[in-house]
Structures are given as C-alpha cells and as structure tokens.
Design a protein around this ligand. Structure first.
Ligand code: SF4
Length: 454
C-alpha cells in the first residue's frame, strides 16, 4: 500500500503511464497502465489484493512504460528511471557494437525505451554498483534510477542532481522518492537526501552507501517554481515556502496600483500569496478552475480546440472581477495560450485592468535534462515567438534577451504583454528567484532562462 499511495502522490509529474513492480519472494508482480484518462489509483486498485510482498518500486511516467523487469547475469531485478537521455542513439550504437547481436525488446513510441537502455548498460558490468556508475558516466542529460532486487533497492541520483531522491523512514520501513510530500500521510519522516550522483542500497536494515555524492550540483529550479508539490522539500527548502518568498520578492520590485492579487491555479497560488502578504493587497479568487470532468492530459492537436478547453476550465466570479484592477501571479509563461484565454475571460467580465507577474524569468530555452517540460519546441515559447517577431528571424545570440537590463529584453516583454492583451507584464528576475530558493546559485540549474549549462 505504501508503494501504491507513494507512487500515486507523484501523479502531478506525468500523465502517460503508471507502473509498479513488487517482489513477492520468488518473482516480481509487475503491472503498467495507461493513465492518460484515468488516475493511477483507479487503474491499480483492482490488482492490489492479488499483490504480495514487502518491497517494491513504482513510477509515473510521461514517456516510456515502466518499471521494466529484467533477468540478467546479475540476477532478477526491476528498474525505473526519470530524466532525459540525449545521447540515446550513441549509447545504443555502442551496445550494438560491443555486445554483438543484442536487441532491445521494449519500444517507446517507435524508439528504444530509455529505461531498457539503462538496464543494458548495467547488465554489461559485473555488479549493480559498477553498472549504475557507468550509466551515470555515459548518459548525457540526466537519469535518476531505482533498481529493485530481491535483497533491496538501489537508488542512484543523476550525476548533477537535477532531480532529488529523498529517503524516508518509519518503524520497520524505509522508502525513497522524488517527492517528499509522499511521506507524511504514510507516516514516514525525512531521513536522508542523496547528493548528486550518490548511490545507496536500501534494505529493511537501513541504508548502505554505495557511491559517495559528487561535489557539483545543478538541481532544477523549476521544481520549486512549478513542477514540485507544495508540501515537498528539496535540499532543505520547502516548495510552498520558496513560492511565498519568491512572490514577496516580486511585490518588493513592483509599484502597480491594483485591487486584488490572485494566483493562476495551481502553482501560481503560492507565489500570489507571497505577493499579497508582502504588498498588503488582499488575496482573492476571481476565477476558479473547473476540473472534475476534464481528463487530466486531454491535449487535442488542434490549437483552436486546445484554446476552447483552456477557456472551458475557467469559471470567473463576476462579482469579484467587474470593475476591478486584478494582478495574477503565474508560475511561468510558456506558450501564453492559457493566460491569453484567462485574460479574455476577465475582460468579458468587465475587469478594468489585468496585470500578470510571472514567478520566473522569460523561458528562452527548451529543457535538455528532464521530460517534465511542458514544451518540446522552441517555437512553442512565447519569448522566442516575440524575439522572432522583433528581429524578423532567429538572432545569432539570445544573450541580450535574457538580461533585464537590456533594451532587447524590455522590447521582448512589451511584445509578449501586447500579444496577451495585458495591462502590464513583469517577470521575476533570476537573482531574486535564486535567492528565494536559497541554496546558492551555483547549485541550481537555470538553463531554461539563460542557456547556461554549468
Ligand atoms: S533546463 Fe529548466 S526545467 Fe530543465 S532542469 Fe534546468 S531549470 Fe529544470
């Protein structure tokens, strides 16, 4: 039940596949379901009574089906990964030439399943430890791994720690998960957080440290700004607390006159509360998101229908909107489609002004390290569209557009603001966002906003 509920508490991180593998003493009970239209819990509920065992792993995935179960010279194991392997083809070529006549059984939308590729890397070595270390070295991008054996669970955090891995403990049990929000309702307490590249082996007796943490870390800043669940804590910093600090910093740099502060649900809410508390301007909910009947990942290809879906999910409260000057905090502006729909709706309800404050800087680059990203193409990005509109083509360097002190940056923001029909638009600056996280800029990945890899 802990694996079942614990995995379910990661449902905000993926909408495609959910899976669990439980060791029952002689083999793995493994099942994977499509969770595009039905929640993880509902899909697995019927199987629970048939599953026995006291060790397991689970996964919510936006991409390949997982966990995989493997039988190799190292023994039986189940494996699950999170991250993005950018040199998948090179590693596969290496495997084809080194191992001769091997094949990959699983596919991921027509390509090699990245988790199977990781298992092949591991199987090529003489121990799980060596296999996990080689995987860390070979993989470009990022890859955190859970590997369940009949004796225990190996947990390997990706070498730059883009995603967290956190160990919880309760009487008689240990767990390890990306989101520490899983702990409280299952009675676990925080016990240990793996450092970047660290590998541990978790057994009923405790933690065995297999490989030490590395010095360099680049944890994803977006975990705090958007992806992470508010009750999770990474590197000692709680997500909701960071959002309050971040919103407060936005307010300190602002002087707009408004009647109400609101958050774009769900991840804009924490930033907006921080803004409201700092500015002493009341927080309110001028519209509510209606979600019960919309399947979570319903994402029609047709842009017009997508816009319609975005609009139908929002329900304005006329009495709070009419004649009011409203300021919304959103976690970020990716395409801007949703904001544009929201703004139209608010003006139709006679809002007198609509101001947007984004909780992070303009997104100028597509994430290379994680598959959580909401955008797959640079042309999806509102900032890149604005830059092309201003320049007539892709400029050779985007550096000036990442710097709020430049004229180019201000013209870009102005262009996005006009396109979205806003009264004013401001973005959080990178320094205040890093300060709100509070673990030091050198430890945080900010590639989305400035294109800096290390
Ligand atoms: S590029 Fe952006 S989304 Fe990707 S790991 Fe870095 S901060 Fe996170």
């Amino acid at each position: 039940m802990d694996v079942y509920f614990g995995t379910d508490y990661h449902s905000h991180l993926g909408t495609s596949r959910g899976g669990m593998a439980i060791w029952n003493g002689s083999c793995f009970n493994r099942s994977i379901h499509n969770i595009e239209n039905t929640h993880f819990r509902a899909k697995f509920e019927a199987e629970l009574s048939k599953v026995q065992g006291n060790m397991g792993i689970g996964c919510i995935s936006d991409t390949e089906p997982q966990p995989l179960t493997v039988c190799s010279h190292l023994g039986q194991y189940a494996i699950s990964t999170v991250g993005k392997i950018n040199n998948l083809d090179n590693i596969a070529e290496r495997a084809f030439s080194n191992l001769k006549n091997i094949h990959f059984l699983e596919t991921n939308k027509g390509t090699i399943n990245p988790t199977e590729l990781v298992s092949v890397i591991i199987d090529h070595e003489n121990s799980f430890k060596d296999g996990l270390l080689v995987a860390q070295e070979l993989i470009e991008g990022s890859c955190s791994i859970l590997l369940l054996t009949p004796q225990g669970i190996y947990a390997s955090r990706d070498k730059l720690g883009r995603t967290p891995l956190i160990v919880g403990k309760k009487e008689g049990s240990y767990c390890v998960s990306l989101e520490s929000c899983t702990f409280a309702n299952l009675d676990y307490r925080f016990y240990y957080e793996l450092g970047p590249g660290e590998i541990i082996f978790l057994t009923p007796e405790g933690i065995e440290k297999i490989a030490p943490p590395r010095n360099k870390m680049k944890i994803c800043a977006f975990l705090w700004v958007y992806y992470g669940y508010p009750s999770s804590t990474y590197e000692g910093v709680n997500v909701e607390v960071m959002r309050y600090r971040n919103g407060a910093a936005l307010a300190k740099n602002d002087n707009v006159e408004i009647d109400m502060v609101a958050g774009v649900p769900d991840s804009g809410v924490g930033h907006a509360i921080g803004y409201s508390n700092q500015s002493k301007i009341p927080y309110g909910r001028p519209f509510i998101k209606y979600t019960p009947t919309w399947s979570r990942s319903f994402m029609p290809q047709n842009q017009e229908i997508r816009n319609l879906v975005a609009r139908m999910k929002l329900m304005p409260i006329h009495a709070l909107v009419s004649g009011k000057r409203l300021l919304f905090c959103d976690d970020s502006i990716v395409r801007g489609t949703q904001i544009s729909e929201t703004v139209d709706l608010l003006y139709k309800c006679n809002a007198s002004e609509v101001h947007i404050r984004a909780a992070c800087p303009p997104i100028v680059y597509i994430c290379k390290y994680l598959n959580f990203s909401r955008s797959r193409s640079v042309m999806d990005l509102a900032a890149r569209q604005a830059i092309i509109q201003l320049e007539g083509k892709e400029p050779e360097s985007l550096e000036a557009y990442c710097d709020p002190a430049t004229e180019q940056y201000n013209r870009m923001v102005d262009c996005i603001s006009k396109r979205l029909n806003l009264s004013t638009l401001k973005y959080q600056n990178i320094h205040d966002m890093i300060k709100a996280i509070g673990i030091g800029g050198d430890k945080i990945c900010t590639y989305c906003w400035n294109g800096k890899e290390l």
